[in-house]
Ligand binder design. Structure first.
Ligand code: ATP
Length: 595
């Protein structure tokens, strides 16, 4: 339960909604208690008049006198009850407008808070937790918490206020009758709690099989071409039947418990009513109560039934909300360990230095970079060549501060990158990652993504520099072409070039191309690199690649091998050395000639 304390700050923020809600709850309950008294009075009046009427039997004015009195009084009582019902309805509306509205505001704030926190967390967090889990906490868990903030608080307050207003009053009329009338209610509450817990458990299992079922169907449709080409339709149908059978059986089990729900409530309410009439009747005979009191009590028992029923329901909502908030808190309390103490925002030229940098992935224990040192002057271009797993992408990620070095330091313009404000330093870098990610949006917006204000000219210029423009103007909708699920799919090479254009449009001081031309042939690669030459002129550029062809144009080449710098120098120097670079060059050249 202590996990829910986290939400108190929000309850405090929206305290006026809560206070007003409480006031409306009290007023609405007032209008529901008073009609009970009106019914008692009306009934007592009628009963008294009937007795008098009988006593006056045989007198001439008997009917005229009593008929008129009873009619007009009953009409007044009837109209008053109707007006109160209307007022109660209005205040119930106001209760929802305050408390349920408050829960929606908090839900909105909480979702934003979680999303903002997610975004602040380092990439290691995303590796440790799967996307489904992240999504579940921001959607399902927040919804369960909202059930506590809205309906549970609303019904809880209602129950509390009604109890405070009604039960002492009932006792003041007749303690014995009150005790008997209330006797079955705790049983009702407990039974609802248990039945509700069973319902929740079963509903969750149904949810799980429903999500299995939809994942299965979704996958089958995505892989429909494979299913058809392997003629596995029947097998796929059988699998669906298996999943559907589980879903059906679970649903039937739930229906069985749900069917128990209302008979249980109705029989316990019935029991309360019978007890009230029975005990109330004997009290009337003793002269302790009037008939009106019995009617009044029957009404009060009915009034108390729903709040008492809701007690069991509220308890299980609160338990589920606490479990959800615990899961949310786990993520909210996850600290970001990539921070900047000095928060520097001093202008940089892009001069970059690695000083004895070692990096170990804590999860796997793999030491991806070992004691690496090199220096890149601003405006210089450096190619980093190396086989798979040699640590190239790790190096790029360290420059972007996706991780922090384990030992040594990375400096930009002589200042440790840890000292710069993180968003500031990332804005100085144009990073083209190895796995291109494009959003389901227009090509224009995908290119302009990394920058706040991108003019059309700048966007077009970047697209031309990435050798993309010619491709795009041939599309029917040009730069407005939408990509992604409901849009078109670009080829691997086109995607990489959109990603390059996105990085250069922000005119960064440091440009990092992480194997960004692997999906284009060597000819296109050369064309793009030549086009990029102008862009790279006044920028520090790092071109990471498997291919020598990408490296030739660079001012300097670093050959990485198993996390260490095996060789460093210009193309000519490295060729003269006849070492690893020379071997790689000859191997790739031979490969190109044979292909
Ligand atoms: N997030 C990670 N967690 C643990 N180990 C990792 C992680 N990312 C990379 N590694 C390991 O670090 C080493 C260097 O990986 P890196 O991705 O930097 O190589 P690379 O040179 O870019 O390879 P490639 O050219 O195939 O992309 C590899 O052994 C890899 O398995």
């Amino acid at each position: 339960m202590k996990d829910l304390k986290y939400l108190n700050r929000y309850l405090f923020k929206y305290k006026y909604y809560l206070i007003l809600g409480l006031l409306f709850v009290a007023i609405s309950n007032f209008f529901v208690i008073i009609p009970g008294q009106l019914v008692r009075n009306a009934l007592n009046l009628v009963m008294d008049n009937i007795s008098l009427h009988r006593m006056m039997a045989g007198m001439p004015d008997q009917s005229a006198v009593f008929g008129g009195v009873i009619n007009s009084s009953v009409i007044i009582y009837g109209v008053s009850i109707l007006v109160m019902a209307f007022l109660r309805g209005f205040f119930l509306f106001m209760v929802r407008q305050t408390i349920i509205a408050m829960s929606r505001h908090i839900e909105f704030d909480l979702k934003n808070e979680i999303y903002a926190h997610y975004q602040s967390l380092p990439t290691t967090f995303y590796r440790r937790n799967n996307t489904g889990d992240l999504m579940a906490r921001i959607s399902e868990d927040v919804s369960k918490v909202r059930m506590y903030l809205g309906p549970a608080i609303m019904y809880g307050l209602n129950m509390l206020v009604l109890f405070i207003m009604l039960i002492p009053y009932m006792f003041s009329i007749n303690a014995k009758l009150t005790l008997y009338a209330l006797l079955p209610l705790p049983v009702l509450s407990l039974s609802i709690y248990f039945v509700n817990n069973i319902i929740n458990r079963r509903s969750e299992r149904i949810q799980k099989s429903l999500s299995d079922l939809s994942t299965f169907v979704q996958e089958a449709f995505s892989g429909i071409r494979v299913i058809k080409s392997f003629a596995r339709e029947e097998d796929s149908l059988n699998n669906l039947k298996k999943q559907s059978t589980i879903y059906r059986d679970r649903s039937l089990k739930l229906t069985r418990v749900q069917a128990l729900f209302f008979p249980l409530i109705l029989s316990l309410i019935g029991l309360s009513t019978i007890l009230t009439i029975f005990v109330g009747g004997s009290e009337v005979l003793k002269g302790q109560l009037t008939f009106g009191n019995i009617a009044e009590f029957v009404m009060y028992v009915q009034l108390l039934t729903w709040p008492v029923t809701s007690l069991g329901w509220i308890t299980s909502i609160i338990q589920r909300a606490a479990a959800s908030q615990k899961r949310i808190n786990e993520f909210l309390f996850t600290k970001n360990d990539i921070l900047s103490e000095k928060q520097l925002e001093t202008p940089v030229t892009g001069q970059l230095a690695f000083e004895r940098v070692t990096f170990k992935y804590e999860d796997s224990g793999i030491v991806a970079l070992k004691d690496i040192s090199f220096n890149i002057e601003s405006g210089e271009s450096v190619a980093i060549i190396g086989g798979t797993g040699s640590g190239k992408s790790t190096l790029a990620n360290l420059i972007c501060r996706m991780f922090d070095v384990s030992e040594g330091a990375i400096k930009i313009d002589g200042q440790n990158i840890r000292d710069y404000k993180i968003p500031y330093i990332r804005r100085q870098i144009g990073y083209v990652p190895q796995d291109v990610f494009l959003f389901s949006d227009s090509i224009r917006n995908n290119i302009a993504f990394g920058s706040d204000d991108v003019s059309e000219t700048a966007m077009l210029e970047a697209s031309k520099q990435a050798d993309l423009h010619e491709n795009i103007i041939n599309f029917e909708h040009g730069y407005d072409t939408v990509l992604g699920e409901r849009g078109i799919t670009l080829s691997g090479g086109q995607k990489q070039r959109v990603s390059i254009a996105r990085a250069i449009v922000r005119n960064p001081k440091i440009l990092i191309l992480d194997d960004s031309l692997s999906a284009v042939d060597t000819k296109t690669e050369n064309a793009i690199l030549n086009a990029l030459k102008g862009v790279m002129e006044n920028k520090t550029s790092i071109i990471i690649s498997h291919r020598i062809s990408s490296a030739k144009l660079a001012d300097k080449i670093l050959v990485l091998n198993d996390g260490e710098i095996a060789e460093a120098g210009t193309h000519d120097q490295l060729m003269e050395k006849t070492g690893a670079y020379f071997d790689l060059y000859n191997k790739q050249l031979a490969g190109e000639e044979t292909s």
